[in-house]
Design a protein around this ligand. Structure first.
Ligand SMILES: [Cu+2]
Length: 457
């Protein structure tokens, strides 16, 4: 029995089987709503104990209410809830989490419910929400509800608004969500935040946003300082060598999918030490919301790069007009890299005076020590070695198409992964035929997965 399965049963014993039998609709009491689905990771690299039971396929075919189109958090599951009368009850467990952030790098992060970032909580504006929090960390903590206008007793600041939650203790938060928008929960302790203790808290609006969207995605930006051959992030560091979207570095990030001609919402949330200018290729977007909720349409202006500051959320919307695989990435050059030092162990990357053969030999030997397919050599000039500064990006392109393969990568050009690193993902704007092909692959990879929601009213 794998550790994940074992943990699942342990958790099931703690919370009782009832929680797992229930897949509440996003909009409580609305029979036409669809169920929220946990999104399991095909590679098995990430499991929430609450995300391992998908809805019954028949339930999943229910029609979704427009205003309840759930946000999809790639590589992170949703947190299921149960109803206690009219109260939505969530169980959140703060605990250490092993997170595979790259095919060759697993870190000891802290998160929630086996996930880092923590599972996504989605509610409806107006909901009464109860979060039963259990602390399985080795130290005291608390939960802060970032951006929510709730009573001071629920604000989650140790000593100011509550007693710290001691290890193995539980604490119950309960409040009414009168706002709509993109919020988040996090530990209100700086080092714990940098260990990964954050998750989405999305409040869907009572009244539909206009225009409505066909796809809604969320990305959490995080950065990590993890020394070579180490697994524990250095939370006191001011420089970071691993940059992640939803807890994984490219090319492990699961591509976002959009039908050609659809409207896409992308919610980006940042909790780290740096501000990240996030750039979308090939399309213009407008910022339709912040961490404070929906922005008036008069403020929307076209752009393709948005600075997402620390503790901010930016909500973008755009028409997926042009077919292709379009990058979405932080544009800071050092955030478009993975840590080479990990590959080199204690050695410096030798770049100054080495020959192509030597460089290739070095990288190939690295590739053999980690699950890379190969080093993908782009052509270099015959006289490259005589040019000051060479090499820069030459020899660094590592293909890992097979290692990170999943339905969402189906049909991408060979060696696509060689160009993907760091805080980077892509949105694949697909024809109906291509889109359906990937959906059916997802279905066969995960038979309990629900069908995608369509807006075909
Ligand atoms: Cu960045």
């Amino acid at each position: 029995m794998s550790g994940t399965r074992r943990r699942f049963f342990q958790d099931a014993a703690v919370f009782g089987a009832g929680l797992f039998g229930l897949r509440e609709t996003l909009h409580a009491g609305a029979p036409e709503s669809t169920v929220q689905s946990p999104r399991e990771n095909e590679n098995g690299r990430h499991h929430s104990p609450y995300g391992s039971h998908g809805p019954h396929p028949a339930q999943a075919r229910a029609v979704v209410r427009d205003h309840a189109l759930p946000m999809v958090t790639p590589d992170v599951a949703d947190l299921a809830h149960e109803m206690d009368g009219s109260v939505k009850v969530f169980h959140l467990v703060g605990e250490p989490v092993k997170r595979k952030i790259a095919p060759f790098k697993t870190i000891d992060a802290w998160g929630y419910n086996g996930s880092c970032p923590g599972p996504t909580i989605q509610v409806q504006q107006g909901d009464r929400v109860r979060v039963v929090f259990e602390n399985r960390l080795p130290e005291s903590t608390s939960l802060h509800w970032h951006g929510l206008e709730i009573p001071i007793e629920q604000d989650g600041v140790p000593y100011i608004s509550q007693k710290p939650v001691a290890p193995s203790e539980k604490y119950v938060y309960e409040f009414t969500v009168h706002q709509e928008g993109t919020f988040f929960y996090h530990a209100h302790s700086a080092m714990q935040e940098m260990m990964g203790q954050i998750g989405f808290f999305v409040a869907h609006p009572e009244k539909d946003y206009k225009p409505r969207v066909d796809h809604d995605y969320g990305l959490i930006l995080q950065e990590w300082a993890v020394l070579p051959s180490n697994t524990v992030p250095n939370t006191a560091a001011m420089e970071f060598n691993w940059l992640t979207f939803n807890g994984v570095s490219a090319p492990m990030t699961t591509p976002l999918l959009a039908r050609l001609g659809s409207r896409v919402r992308l919610r980006i949330l940042n909790l780290g030490m740096d501000h990240h200018p996030v750039h979308l290729h090939g399309h213009q977007f407008v910022v339709t919301g912040t961490e404070g909720g929906r922005a008036p349409e008069s403020t929307w202006c076209p752009m393709n790069t948005v600075l997402v500051g620390v503790a901010q959320a930016r909500v973008l919307e755009f028409e997926a007009k042009y077919p292709g695989a379009w990058m979405i990435h932080c544009h800071l050059p050092h955030h478009m890299m993975n840590s080479m030092m990990d590959l080199m162990r204690d050695r410096q990357i030798e770049t100054a005076d080495q020959t192509e053969a030597k460089a290739m030999g070095q990288m190939e030997s690295l590739a053999r020590s980690v699950p890379f397919q190969h080093v993908h050599p782009s052509p270099v000039a015959p006289n490259a070695e005589t040019v000051a500064g060479f090499p820069q990006d030459a020899f660094m392109e590592m293909g890992m198409d097979e290692v990170v393969e999943k339905p969402e990568t189906y049909g991408l050009p060979k060696n696509w992964s060689a160009g993907m690193m760091g805080m980077m993902t892509m949105i694949r704007v697909l024809s109906d035929k291509e889109y359906e092909a990937i959906l059916s692959k997802k279905k066969s990879a995960s038979p309990s997965a629900p069908e995608e929601h369509h807006h075909e009213s």
